[in-house]
Design a protein around this ligand. Structure first.
Ligand code: SF4
Ligand code: SF4
Length: 435
């Protein structure tokens, strides 16, 4: 049975892409026992539905900013994210999706014939604009992928910082891969490997349902594993949030350094106070920085070469390369089993020579895509290393602007927050009492 895979951030907008692949390469097979597969794509929605989605996105972003920054209400944020999960997740079936919209934008940049629908542009830009103004409020109250993980994060296990830093590179690498794959071949990795969309549509492929289930199980103990260690759009938002005009502030007044907020945050987003660096630490920090800068050209060239060599292997994810390879195997080895795609190709009397030429061109393109990806990974590693060499000076617990998803969990644990709301008097902790 041929399995259709959604290959776009907004499925209806990529119907042209799917149509091209399915119409030109694999017409519907006419096998007597062929069962038409259940589509994994939601039905195309009309103009007014898209306008409604865009309007609701805007309203939800405004509300999330208000709840996170002004009212500072965890409960309101929770109910907003529950609504978003139901609407953008289960009712709209994860489509339109800001996370996947990255690929539509990347594809449009290299394909003049592809016009990104206005809804997709809105879903791509609005959360970024809000992140620049008020932090990652999209993640706290609007994104259905974030919401489904937020619902299961009930046991908070802090993971070691080195794991956090190491896995924190993955979303950036994934972002680079998704952009490069979309731009060079129209392959939409984020949608193909979206772990939760199968839940939203009640019909995902078994592998991705298993992966999604695994992430949700891990998410019971380790907050939002997809957001922190995979989401490419989250990486973009974290960069914007890092320079945002305002952000969630912990505490709302002077910090009494009790550390309760850090224990409450399931996302490891609260940084403790730091001591002033000694002269020796400052010198060793500078030395590490010099080493990183010295290693940068080597890393860039090395990973570019690796990417160039891996290009043909990466192109194996493309449909035309897979089909050409299958047909070649069948031609060389009569015992090689056929598959639905090759049967359909033959039934449609497809041009195998042309397919082979296309596949070779795709492989060639992917060599350069591999170089781009290698350079990107090198830059990500260098950027992370530089940030680790820098030492932040702070005398209170603060929310890391990039990592904080504005969920509001820590609000309920902060004694200063309670004192501000008149619930309790300000306690004396660690011998300090600040009015
Ligand atoms: S990090 Fe990504 S998946 Fe998580 S809430 Fe933000 S946009 Fe959604
Ligand atoms: S609001 Fe930010 S710092 Fe507070 S618990 Fe949520 S993610 Fe952590």
């Amino acid at each position: 049975m041929i399995q259709t895979v959604c290959v776009a951030g907004i499925c209806e907008s990529s119907a042209a892409l799917c149509g091209f692949m399915l119409g030109n390469l694999i017409p519907t097979p006419q096998f007597s026992d062929h069962a038409i597969p259940v589509s994994e794509q939601p039905a195309a929605s009309g103009f007014w539905w898209e306008c409604l989605d865009l309007g609701l996105l805007l309203v939800a972003l405004v509300l999330a900013s208000y709840f996170a920054l002004v009212v500072r209400s965890r409960r309101s944020l929770f109910w907003l994210s529950a609504f978003s999960l139901v609407w953008f997740g289960f009712i709209r079936q994860g489509c339109v999706c800001s996370v996947g919209s990255v690929q539509n934008v990347a594809y449009a940049m290299t394909n003049a014939s592809y016009a990104v629908p206005l809804t997709v542009i809105g879903f791509f830009c609005l959360p970024i604009l809000f992140a620049l103004y008020s932090g990652r409020v999209f993640c706290s109250g609007v994104c259905p992928l974030g919401a489904i993980q937020e619902m299961v994060a009930v046991r908070n296990v802090q993971i070691p910082k080195w794991i956090d830093h190491g896995l924190g590179l993955v979303p950036w690498i994934y972002l680079g891969a998704a952009v490069i794959f979309a731009a060079s071949g129209g392959m939409f990795l984020i949608c193909r490997y979206d772990p939760f969309v199968g839940f939203f549509r009640f019909n995902g492929n078994a592998g991705m349902i298993l992966f999604g289930t695994f992430l949700l199980l891990v998410g019971v103990f380790v907050g939002r594993p997809y957001c922190r260690f995979l989401c490419p759009y989250g990486a973009l938002l974290s960069a914007c949030s890092g320079v945002s005009r305002s952000n969630v502030r912990i505490p709302p007044g002077d910090c009494i350094r009790c550390g309760l907020c850090r224990d409450a945050c399931p996302y490891g987003a609260i940084e403790p106070p730091t001591e002033t660096a000694t002269d020796q630490e400052a010198v060793s920090g500078k030395r590490r920085l010099m080493i990183v800068f010295a290693a940068t050209p080597v890393l860039i060239i090395g990973l570019a070469i690796v990417g160039y060599r891996l290009g043909p292997a990466l192109s194996g994810l493309e449909f035309d390369v897979q089909l050409a390879s299958q047909l070649q195997h069948e031609a060389v080895d009569p015992q090689w089993p056929t598959n639905d795609a090759s049967d359909a190709f033959r039934a449609a009397q497809g041009d195998a020579d042309q397919l082979l030429l296309d596949a070779v061109a795709t492989q060639h393109r992917y060599r350069y895509a591999g170089v781009g990806l290698g350079v990107w990974i090198a830059l990500v590693v260098v950027g992370k290393s530089v940030s680790l060499c820098r030492r932040r000076q702070q005398d209170e617990f603060v929310a890391d602007r990039s990592a904080c998803v504005s969920c509001g969990r820590c609000f309920e644990y902060c004694p200063v927050e309670h004192a501000k709301q008149g619930v309790v008097g300000l306690p004396t902790i660690q011998g300090e009492h600040r009015p």
